[in-house]
Structures are given as structure tokens and as C-alpha cells.
Design a protein around this ligand. Structure first.
Ligand code: FES
Length: 873
């Protein structure tokens, strides 16, 4: 049944026809095309859909249309020109915008705040946006933005937040990101905002059980529903049915006769005229299962006689990696002190604000797929293989991405949209609900780490042994690489001659685990750093001192034997925080090392093409900006190399037809790999211009239509290399963080000192660190993605334990720049490392507070630990 509602929208009266049960959010987005109001959870828990209703903040997803009748609603599109200018400047100039998915909602909350309280305190500003989750920024720069908006509205021209960039966008300048205005004003298009004429809605039927044999699927009733265009099962897949970033073990759809491996497994697809009909069709499908007992822990999966979940993995072992340098047994025998403990860490959900979405449009005998995707070339190849098409028949474009953090590397729903569009020859859009998103995509691995660390009487580390078991869940994803990274980094940023580590990833019937900011290093760092504190206590030296005595430095090897280069700044990070740490009675300290790039002997290319047209230069790169600021970095590096202003450049990212393949946006690699490729391309362009005898920009007219490809193709060695000093990774970042608690046990300050090599965009880089620290604090105290019997307990956004604005402490970022000229002006990856030392530093701070040793995350019995919410299945 439909009905009409009349109300005032952005100052104009409107009457809209809508389904009886429609929410204001549905009407705004689907009926009126006002997609600046975002749908992050559809349950009023994330704040992305914040609008103003009769002068007050309102969550559009919670408001049924009858309540809207006669009210005045303002969306981000309805801000007047002066307010738009204020918000764009305030949020852009302070670096408050990263992925931007949360931004329109926060802008609207800010407007209501400032309308009622023109000069709020920082605490009042934090309270005003407490209902708005931002997973990217850590809120520091958002609060800076609100402060700046307040000043601008009051007619003050605030002092520049930072030294302004000159007309040349020199490397290091805090340039405002080019997409800031679009994101602030809601004009930025994410995959779920995309439409196409004649578009249908797709939906996915998931398995009812974590492990069950599918005996029959009856789709007849669903197919008969009016408005349903098609219902597909595994039999309808024309090509390769299994996908995966490394191992092809993940079925697009589980076939009759096969076992499901987790509750996110897809069993059938429907496509219908609208979302309501699609959901009715899902309910009309009948699946007959033979329910089987799930394997819900690595211990159970490794046990003798356990059922084998994948034909290629006897004993359910996905991966096993080892490092074996020196002789740990005899070294441990020589140690004055040893510490052995077993640590456990939980699955963690990425909680990117933008749920996965994709629109597939048939085109020229193939498909164009718009999606939210960290890995467009992999997706193109996987979709083409699934449809039995040559790759050039499939074009994948990642749209504006509302956060990823590793959780959008695997196929999520772009293959389903593609399959349905291929069958119906109509455009098909799929948008996962938040509940579905939480259920489906791979999480951070739960680890169990048993670690022994030994040192001499002076605290010099002599040996480290570790046994690591990771729960990889139902499918491989990048689990084998995660275990490899955990193996390499288990000994932290310390020079230890004798290291023996074994890391195993195990298949279970839990939700798959895969890439997540830190990639296996967060887990092992908790063990390594805590053991180090315990050794310091035995030796009788401070936690800072034991780190200083063992810090790896230029010319020294890390655990694989790789020699650290002269730009290594780990010791500088320690020195930077020493006084702060030593003067605070409840401070904890921890350090981290994190690779940049995939390394380990695998192909790891960065590619950029520069194209000259009309006196401008377009930078094409296959990498993705998921909020980290890749566009800014590429523009600044290219501008620096060519001596041209940044506004002469356009950037096209993540389009498989026009951009060169620059690999997956993962492993903190894109600024370095894309940036170095941009530098190499710029050098080619420059030398061609010089050969013409003309300087830039004059030479651009002669270069019209030409393009210049830069390829960065570093060679690394596999983990199994027998070289004494292999190059395992291109480079490494280092960090030391200090977490300071108040007397109640609340975090009052985090100091994050990072060896970044070279800051390409100082403001964006700080934002990456602040956001990662917020995630690290969640990892330490409140976050957990828990499962019971293979079923997730966390099925809502609010249950994840994410940190909000009022909880965030002061975060002080200290940047150490000791980089060299290359690659990418000496930049080191920053995307992941800042999330690594926070949790062990927090654990150490708590131990100073109450004397208790905690061996599990999230830390128990703190001022933060929330009781787990019972969740309905
Ligand atoms: Fe806030 Fe990404 S910028 S969620």
C-alpha cells in the first residue's frame, strides 16, 4: 500500500508518494534522489543519516513517513550557500574529512549545535556528535573542524590551522584534499548512491547454518512473485564458481550437494523490481539442509578425526609459515631471564561506515561494475572468470569508498550484481544491509600466541620463540599472508639473533578472517610488547630502557635477516616520547614495526600513467582512495617532480579500463608504490619536455595527447629465501606510542611518535595516525566480534564497541622524518602501523594502574569493558 506525505524539504513544500512503511531515509534517497544523506546502518546507530527536522537532529532511518507530515526537514543539500562555504572550509582545512561517508551527517549535527550554541566548548562539540560514528578520523580533526566552523560563522577569520601550502603543492604541505567539498556537501557518489535507468534490486540468500549440506533449493514460489525477475542458484553460473584473493576456495553460491562453511555463505540470488519485493522473494525460497556440527575453533579443527572443511586442506590447515634464525634453544639456556605466556586476541570487525554496494550495468557484450572495492583488477578478473568472459569485457570502477581498512579486498557483492545483471540484461544494484555486512566480510583474525622471550642480565634480548595459531574461518581470503606477516613481525622492532616462530592459519566454520589494518601484526605485538615489559621488570630496568637497549637501527637485521637502511628512525621515536612516558605515573609504552608493501617475493607493482590533455595532466592509477588521501599524495608528488601547481592535475583512480594496474590497496603500500610510480612517470614526462628544449608548463602544448607510464617494480625475497640478509619487504615503518591513564583508568592522552620516512601530506598523515589510534583503543578496551557456535553475536553496529567522540582522549602525533630520496621521496606506509602499538601500550598502562597482568584482548576489568549484549539471531 502506498500513501502521500506532505512536508517542507530544504525550504520547499513537497508531496511524496511512498510505501506505507517507508522511512524518511528511504524517501530522501530512493524517491527524491537526495543521496547526501547516507545509510550506514538503518538502525539509528551510526548517525550517517542525520538530518534536521524542525530544528533538531533527527536520524532519518528511524523516522517513518507519517511522522514527517507537516514538518520542516533540512538535508545536507539544503544548506544555504554561506553555510556550505563555512562547512567546506571548516572541515576541509582541518583535515576532518577522510572517506567522507560520515561527513554529511556530522555537518548536519554541527549545524544544529552551532544554531543553538554558537561557540561551543570542545566537550560540548563532542557531545553533539556523540551519535555520529566516524571510523576514520579518531574525531580529533572533526572537533577541530567544528571549532573552525564556529569561528567562521561568527565572522572570525581563524588563524591558518597550519602553514598554508604555497602555490606549488610541494611534498609535505598540508593541502586540503581535492574531494573534501563534495564529501562535505553530500555530492560525492558512493556505490550505493549509483543508479541506472531500468535498474533492478538484487539480494542474497545466506545459509541458515554454519555447516550444513544443502540437499535441495526450491525457488518456484520466489520466481512466481510479481516483480521478481530472476532467482539464481549455483547451476546458473556460466564460468568459474570459486573465487579468492590467493586461493580459489570461496564459492560464489553453494551448490546442491555441497556443505556450507559459514552463516554468510550465499545459497541463492534474487533480483526484483524493488528492495521490498527482493526481500519477499528471499523469504519464499525453501532450502533443505542436513545440519552438521560446525568446527568453531582452531583447536577443534586441528584435532585428529575432525571433518575436513576443504578438499585441498588436510587437517584444516590453511597455511604454515616459519622463521628459524640462530639457535633459540641454546640461547634460551644462556638467558638470565625468560618469560613465557599465552595471549589471545579476538576477531575484530572493520566497521567501515559504508556498507558494501555494487551496481552492474550490461554494456557492449560485457559489464560495467561500479562498486566499493580495494582491489578492482582482482574483481575484474574474478567476475570475468565467473561469467566465462575475457577480462576486457568487464570494467570495474571503485566509486568513492566509505572506508575499507582491508575489509573490502575480497569480492563482497560486486560479483552477485554482475551475475544478476548478466542474466537479466538489466542494471542491477545490491546494497548489503549492515547486518549482512557484519555477517559476510572477513574480519581481523583471532589469534592465540604462545611466546617465550629471553634476555641476559642487562636486558639484551637473546632469543624469542613463538607459536601462533590464527582462526582463518571458512575461507582463505588473504589468511596465508596474514599468518606470514604475523610470523615476520612476532619479534617486533628488536634486534634478536635467535628467533624461531611458527604461524599456522586454520580453517573453521567461523566467519572468514582476512585483511584488516595491521594484518596479523596487531596480535603478535600484544604478546611481544607485554613479554618485554615483564622481562624489564625481572632485569630491574624500565620498559623504555629495555626497548632502547634492543631497538633495531640502521645496519641491523630484523627477524628475517633483512638489514635496516640508513633512514631507520625507530630510536628517534623512542627518544621523542621518553620524557612524557617517564613523567607520567600511569603511562604504558609499546612499539611497532610494520612492512610497506606485499613483499615476500610476490609481484608487487606500483603503476601510474600521466596523460597530457589541454594543458592539464591527468594522473591515472589503479589504486583506490578509501579515505587515506591517495589523490592528494599522487598530486603532490607529481606536482613536486614537475614543478607545477597541484591545480593543473586531475586524478582518476581504480578504473580497470583507464588506469594501469597498481595492485591491491593494502599493506600500507599505495602512497609508496603509487607515489614512486608517479615520480617515475613524471621523470619521463620531464625528460621528454627537456628534449624539446622547452620548460614546463610551456612544453605541455607539444606533449598534447601523450602519456607517460611509471612502473615501480621492486624485487623482494620469499620468506623461504636462504640468503643471509634477504629483502623481505621494500621498507618498514616504526612507531612508539604512550598511553596515559587518569586515576579512574580512563585514557587521558595518547602520544604517537612515528617514523614516517617522509610526510607527503602532513595533515592527512596525522589523520591516519589519529584514526588508527582510535581503532587501537577500541581493540584494547571495547571491541570484539564474538561468535558462538559459528553464529556472530555482534549483529548490530552499536554492539561492536566502537569509540565515539566523547571517549577519545587527546592524541599527540610526533612525526619523525629521516627518509631517503626514494621510493616516493622516502615515504613509508602509515595506513596500518599506528593501530599496532596502542593496545599493548594500553595494557601496560593498566598494569601500572592496578598491577594486573592481562593476557587477552579486549582487556578485562577496566573502566571501559562493557558487558556483551545478548543478540537475537
Ligand atoms: Fe568518518 Fe570515514 S571520514 S567514517
Amino acid at each position: 500500500m502506498s500513501r502521500e506525505t506532505t512536508f517542507t524539504l530544504n525550504g520547499q513544500p513537497v508531496t511524496v508518494d511512498h510505501p506505507e512503511e517507508a522511512t524518511l531515509l528511504e524517501v530522501l534517497r530512493d524517491r527524491l534522489g537526495l543521496t547526501g544523506t547516507k545509510n550506514g546502518c538503518d538502525e539509528g546507530q551510526c548517525g550517517s543519516c542525520t538530518v534536521i527536522m524542525d530544528g533538531r537532529v533527527a536520524r532519518a532511518c528511524l523516522i517513518k513517513m507519517p511522522r514527517v507530515s507537516g514538518t520542516a526537514v533540512t538535508t545536507v543539500e539544503g544548506l544555504d550557500a554561506a553555510e556550505q562555504q563555512v562547512m567546506v572550509r571548516a572541515f576541509g582545512e582541518t583535515g576532518a574529512v577522510q572517506c567522507g561517508f560520515c561527513t554529511p551527517g556530522i555537518v548536519m549535527a554541527t549545524k544544529v549545535l552551532l544554531d543553538h550554541n554558537p561557540q561551543p566548548t570542545r566537550e560540548e562539540a563532542a557531545a553533539a556528535i556523540q551519535g555520529n560514528v566516524c571510523r576514520c578520523t579518531g574525531y580529533t580533526k572533526i572537533l577541530d573542524g567544528i571549532d573552525r566552523a564556529s569561528a567562521l560563522r561568527r565572522g572570525e577569520e581563524p588563524r591558518p590551522y597550519r602553514p598554508q601550502a604555497g602555490p606549488l603543492g610541494l611534498v609535505g604541505a598540508p593541502l586540503v584534499r581535492p574531494d573534501a567539498a563534495d564529501k562535505v556537501l553530500g555530492g560525492a557518489k558512493y556505490a550505493g548512491d549509483m543508479t541506472a535507468p531500468g535498474m533492478l534490486t538484487g539480494a542474497v540468500l545466506r545459509s541458515r547454518y554454519p555447516r550444513a549440506r544443502v540437499l535441495a533449493i526450491d525457488t518456484a514460489r520466489a520466481k512466481a512473485l510479481p516483480g521478481v525477475e530472476a532467482v539464481l542458484t549455483a547451476a546458473d553460473i556460466p564460468g568459474r564458481r570459486f573465487h579468492g584473493l590467493i586461493d580459489h576456495d570461496w564459492p560464489v553460491l553453494v551448490a546442491v550437494g555441497e556443505e556450507t562453511r559459514y552463516v554468510g555463505d550465499a545459497v541463492a540470488l534474487v533480483v526484483a523490481a524493488d528492495p521490498r519485493t527482493a526481500n519477499q522473494a528471499l523469504d519464499a525460497i525453501t532450502v533443505e539442509y542436513e545440519v552438521l556440527a560446525p568446527l568453531t575453533s582452531p583447536t577443534a579443527a586441528l584435532a585428529e578425526g575432525a571433518p575436513q572443511l576443504h578438499p585441498h586442506a588436510p587437517g584444516n590447515l590453511l597455511a604454515e609459515h616459519r622463521i628459524d634464525r640462530g639457535d633459540t634453544q641454546s640461547a634460551l639456556a644462556r638467558c638470565a631471564h625468560t618469560v613465557t605466556h599465552t595471549y589471545t586476541t579476538p576477531f575484530i570487525e572493520h566497521a567501515f561506515l559504508e556498507p558494501e554496494a555494487a551496481l552492474a550495468v550490461p554494456a557492449d557484450g560485457g559489464l560495467t561494475v561500479y562498486c566499493s572495492d580495494q582491489s578492482v583488477f582482482h574483481s575484474r578478473d574474478a567476475i570475468a572468470a565467473m561469467l566465462n568472459l575475457p577480462p576486457e569485457k568487464v570494467r570495474v570502477l571503485s566509486q568513492m569508498m566509505g572506508g575499507g581498512f582491508g575489509g573490502k579486498e575480497d569480492l563482497n557483492c560486486q560479483h552477485y550484481a554482475a551475475l544478476l545483471a548478466w542474466h537479466t540484461r538489466r542494471p542491477v544494484r545490491i546494497t548489503l544491509t549492515r547486518k549482512e555486512s557484519l555477517l559476510v566480510h572477513p574480519k581481523r583474525h583471532a589469534f592465540e600466541v604462545t611466546m617465550t622471550t629471553g634476555c641476559d642480565a642487562e636486558g639484551r634480548l637473546l632469543a624469542l620463540e613463538a607459536e601462533i595459531i590464527g582462526d582463518s574461518g571458512a575461507y582463505a581470503s588473504v589468511g596465508t599472508a596474514v599468518m606470514q606477516r604475523g610470523c615476520v613481525h612476532a619479534s617486533g622492532p628488536y634486534a634478536i639473533e635467535n628467533v624461531k616462530v611458527r604461524a599456522r592459519g586454520v580453517y573453521t566454520n567461523n566467519v572468514p578472517a582476512g585483511a584488516f589494518r595491521g594484518f596479523g601484526v596487531n596480535q603478535v605485538a600484544f604478546a611481544c610488547e607485554t613479554n618485554l615489559d615483564l622481562l624489564a621488570e625481572k632485569v630491574g630496568i624500565s620498559p623504555w630502557e629495555i626497548r632502547w637497549r634492543n631497538a633495531v637501527d640502521a645496519g641491523m637485521p630484523v627477524s628475517t635477516g633483512q638489514i635496516m637502511p640508513k633512514g631507520t628512525g625507530f630510536r628517534d621515536t623512542l627518544l621523542a616520547v621518553r620524557a612524557i612516558y617517564e613523567q607520567h605515573p600511569r603511562a604504558g609504552i609499546a612499539c611497532a614495526i610494520k612492512n610497506t608493501g606485499i613483499g615476500c617475493g610476490l609481484p608487487d607493482a606500483g603503476r601510474v600513467r600521466l596523460q597530457v590533455n589541454g594543458g592539464r595532466i591527468t594522473i591515472f592509477c589503479g589504486g583506490v582512495c578509501m579515505g587515506q588521501g591517495l589523490e592528494s599524495a599522487l598530486r603532490q608528488i607529481t606536482a613536486q617532480c614537475l614543478g607545477l601547481p597541484v591545480d593543473r592535475f586531475d586524478v582518476v583512480l581504480a578504473d580497470t579500463d583507464t588506469c594501469p594496474d597498481s595492485g591491491v590497496t593494502t599493506a600500507s603500500r599505495m602512497t609508496v608504490f603509487g607515489g614512486e610510480a608517479a615520480r617515475l612517470a613524471a621523470r619521463k614526462l620531464l625528460s621528454t619536455a627537456l628534449a624539446l628544449g622547452k620548460p614546463l608548463p610551456m612544453a605541455l602544448a607539444d606533449l598534447e595527447g601523450q602519456s607517460f607510464l611509471g612502473e615501480f617494480l621492486p624485487v623482494t625475497d620469499p620468506l623461504t629465501s636462504d640468503k643471509p640478509n634477504p629483502t623481505t619487504h621494500v621498507n618498514y615503518g616504526f612507531a612508539t606510542q604512550v598511553v596515559c591513564l587518569d586515576e579512574r583508568g580512563k585514557v587521558e592522552r595518547v602520544v604517537a611518535a612515528h617514523d614516517v620516512g617522509k610526510a607527503i601530506n602532513r595533515m592527512n598523515l596525522e589523520g591516519q595516525i589519529e584514526g588508527a589510534v582510535a581503532m587501537g583503543l577500541g581493540y584494547a578496551f571495547t571491541e570484539e566480534y564474538a561468535l558462538e557456535g559459528g553464529y556472530p553475536l555482534n549483529t548490530t553496529f552499536v554492539s561492536l564497541g566502537l569509540w565515539r567522540a566523547r571517549e577519545m582522549p587527546q592524541v599527540d602525533v610526533i612525526l619523525i622524518e629521516k627518509g631517503m630520496d626514494s621510493p616516493a621521496f622516502g615515504a613509508k606506509g602509515i595506513g596500518e602501523i599506528a593501530s599496532i602499538p596502542t593496545a599493548p601500550a594500553a595494557a601496560a598502562a593498566y598494569r601500572r594502574l592496578d598491577g594486573r597482568l592481562r593476557l587477552s584482548l579486549p582487556l578485562a576489568d577496566t573502566a571501559y569493558r562493557r558487558p556483551r549484549r545478548p543478540v537475537a539471531r
